[in-house]
Write a protein that binds this ligand. Sequence first.
Ligand code: FES
Length: 229
Amino acid sequence: MLGDGRVTELRLLDGQRVARISSPSGLTPAPGQYTLARASGTVDPLATPLFLLRADRGDWLCAPPVPPLWQPETRLDLRGPLGHGFELPSSAQRVAAVAPDGDCSRLLPLMHAALANGASMTLVIDRPPEELPLQVEVQPLRALVDVCRWSEYAAFDVKREHLPDLMASLGRAGVREVGGGAEALVRTPMPCGALGDCGVCTVRSTRGPKLACKHGPVFDLSLLTVEGL
Ligand code: FES
């Protein structure tokens, strides 16, 4: 879907700029999906993938980073929602969110959904953010394997280049022991946003190369492999 949007507010969250976006509701991405945005009238060929932070009074907040030139009232050309997002099982009553890179903003909408389902929610992160629902338990990264074994579903947010470190600290056994499955939002540049098959966003999987912009950016973690990265 194509449409127009507008930046209605910029604010700081944990020292990073987040933007409130006003757009037709059909352009709001689901948790883990993205909507591509470009400031209207600019010649910048690269659009920015925007991820949902949370719905906000009919608008939506997008997770950082926000392009530095965007200001309140910046007009946006939007295309989306794109890609495959998180599939939180409604039956999962023990849910983990894991942010090995220290940024859990893209996992927050999933955490809210899990809490709305009545699930117990644990966030694995070394430095928790300022604004976190009180019901969320926080554990450090050294507790990663134990939390995965406890959980019925685990959602990760990781940069593609950090996948080898994550796999090493988790171990394949740890992934398999998550009862309802583990999914990972793999963050990588997505310059063509599934329009040109440029291959920049390629992710290795046991089923061959996959494109984060099209087949992801959320993948079944048990299918990812770090070979060739
Ligand atoms: S961004 Fe070009 S193929 Fe994914």
